[in-house]
Design a protein around this ligand. Structure first.
Ligand SMILES: C[S@@+](CC[C@H](N)C(=O)[O-])C[C@H]1O[C@@H](n2cnc3c(N)ncnc32)[C@H](O)[C@@H]1O
Length: 192
């Protein structure tokens, strides 16, 4: 089945075949969120899954957080888990059809989930969704995988890809990865 297909992901959730799910806010992102003082930022989390990052942000006082995924199960899980989160900020939609502007977009195992031939479209869509000066921040794998998803890549490849559309592309080693991913991730901070 095509991994760009919503049904593929719905089935993974139904079968509880969700090896990517950390069960907690990704530590490198938690570290970044803790240093961000502007709680008014409009933040999008695409391909959010169970969205522990959104839960962490919301409980830390960030009120303008939008959770987006085209699979229904994780959105329903999130509704049950974070009951006071504004319902209108939970969006069941294909990322490539979403239209709004954000100050920050958070990347956590969404890029690696989409087929590699969609990467150019992903970068263009991120650019479209960001306000001028807005940033994509998050974590990407810096390794290959035998068969995806996840689809791997390298810091060099990501730099080339993002630099065709963004003027400021910072990619550095990830210091706070969870133990099984230690040394295999990079942190990205990409500004429009
Ligand atoms: C590997 S999971 C990661 C989920 C979450 N970010 C995490 O780290 O636990 C990829 C997620 O992206 C979602 N997804 C894949 N393609 C999508 C698309 N085109 N639009 C919206 N969501 C998509 C899937 O439904 C799935 O929840």
């Amino acid at each position: 089945m095509n991994t760009s297909d919503k049904k593929f992901w719905e089935e993974r959730y139904d079968e509880q075949n969700t090896g990517w799910d950390l069960g907690q806010c990704s530590p490198p992102l938690r570290d970044w969120f803790d240093r961000e003082e502007n709680k008014q930022l409009n933040i999008l989390i695409p391909g959010a899954g169970n969205a522990y990052e959104a839960e962490y942000l919301y409980k830390s006082g960030f009120t303008n957080v939008v959770v987006l995924d085209f699979a229904e199960t994780p959105i329903l899980n999130f509704r049950k888990r974070v009951i006071d989160f504004p319902q209108e900020q939970l969006i069941l939609q294909d990322f490539f059809e979403h239209e709004k502007k954000y100050d920050r977009i958070v990347e956590q195992t969404f890029f690696c989930a989409i087929p590699p031939d969609y990467r150019e479209r992903y970068v263009e869509k991120i650019k479209e969704l960001l306000v001028p000066g807005g940033k994509l921040i998050g974590v990407l794998f810096d390794r290959d995988f035998p068969a995806g998803p996840p689809f791997g890549g390298s810091a060099v490849e990501y730099k080339q890809l993002f630099e065709t559309h963004f003027s400021s592309v910072k990619i550095y080693p990830c210091l706070h990865s969870v133990t099984p991913r230690m040394g295999t991730e990079v942190f990205i901070e990409i500004e429009k």
